[in-house]
Design a protein around this ligand. Structure first.
Ligand code: LMR
Length: 329
């Protein structure tokens, strides 16, 4: 059930709605599931700063990081019913509300660099994906970059065979299920907020994520090995409750769009460096052994994961994949 009573009372939107006067600010509760010290966390705070400045106090943005309000699935439900107004949810998780084509981005080794990801979403592919959120009562406003995922586990991961018999956390995406099956691993879908404890208790053996998430969630304290496979991509859609958005005064909506445009540029400008920094911090932590795969090792990861493309063609729109490739992916 949706935990409506949070943080010692009703979410603020309810209490302010009761006491709303002409001078009360419009409150935007922006919920997300990672640390404030990540590209997404920082960009959410940048949006707050810009939105409040550009609307001269007519809007107040409250950012709730680290699943303090809602976990993965609940945050989408909370947005749909209007208990929060804004999220930045990973593309993998958006298949549940926007259709399976959001999973295309989970295909292994799809993008060669950050620019290739951004070229893919900045054009018609991105626009078409955002439109698919509308029937679910959601309005997608922007894509925020994050970067390449790596694997961690409680054992060395030098080759795909090392995954056999292990239990690995993934986000809720069928392509990620196929990916881990291709590696001979069992999968388990956990919300981000539960990953640390599941790894610590031994319920899970490993997981995949970007270095900033691994570092800020302290996963290196409960994992012994990290392989810099860069095998998958993590990025977000910033989305709002559509009814909330449509009812905003036009000048406010426009100011928020501009604020978001700037926050998006900021997110995209820091994502790669934030992950590089986090990887260095992980190496320096001494908590786990970091392995940089050699070229032949990487070739083996690629060939082992190649069948995922064939499997995914059963439910992924081939024109979407072709368009991503044509844009430089
Ligand atoms: C995950 O669940 O691993 C990510 O989607 C978390 C995030 O929002 O970066």
């Amino acid at each position: 059930a949706l935990p409506l009573a949070v943080a010692g009372g009703w979410p603020l939107a309810y209490t302010t709605a009761q006491a709303q006067t002409a001078h009360d600010p419009i409150v935007i509760q922006f919920s997300h599931v990672v640390g404030a010290d990540t590209a997404k966390g920082k960009a959410a705070l940048k949006f707050k700063e810009l939105a409040e400045a550009r609307t001269a106090g007519r809007v107040r943005v409250e950012v709730y990081p680290d699943s303090t309000l809602y976990k993965d699935r609940e945050e989408l439900q909370a947005l749909q019913i209007g208990a929060v107004q804004m999220l930045a949810t990973s593309l993998s998780k958006l298949a549940t509300v926007g259709g399976s084509d959001f999973e295309v981005f989970d295909l292994p080794f799809l993008f060669k660099d950050h620019a290739a990801f951004r070229a893919a979403v900045d054009g018609p592919v991105g626009a078409s994906l955002l439109r698919r959120l509308e029937p679910s009562g959601l309005q997608g406003l922007a894509f925020w970059d994050n970067g390449f995922k790596v694997f961690t586990a409680n054992r060395p991961l030098l080759s795909p065979a090392d995954f056999r018999g292990s239990k690995i956390r993934i986000q809720s995406s069928r392509i990620l299920v196929s990916q881990m099956k291709a590696l001979g691993a069992d999968v388990s879908i956990h919300p981000m907020a539960n990953v640390y404890e599941a790894l610590r208790s031994g319920q899970l053996d490993g997981q995949e994520n970007v270095p900033t998430n691994i570092y800020s969630q302290h996963l290196h304290d409960v994992q012994s090995h990290l392989s810099v496979t860069r095998h998958g991509y993590l990025a977000y859609v910033v989305l709002v409750n559509r009814q909330f958005w449509d009812k905003l005064p036009a000048d406010i909506r426009e100011a928020l769009r501009l604020a978001l445009r700037e926050a998006t540029q900021y997110a995209n400008s820091i994502a790669e460096a934030e992950n590089q920094r986090a990887l260095e911090l992980l190496k320096a932590s001494g908590r786990l052994t970091v392995h940089e795969p050699t070229a032949p090792e990487l070739a083996l990861w690629r060939t082992t994961l190649a069948p995922v493309y064939r499997q995914a063609s059963a439910w992924i729109d081939p024109t979407m994949l072709a368009a991503i490739r044509a844009s430089g992916g």
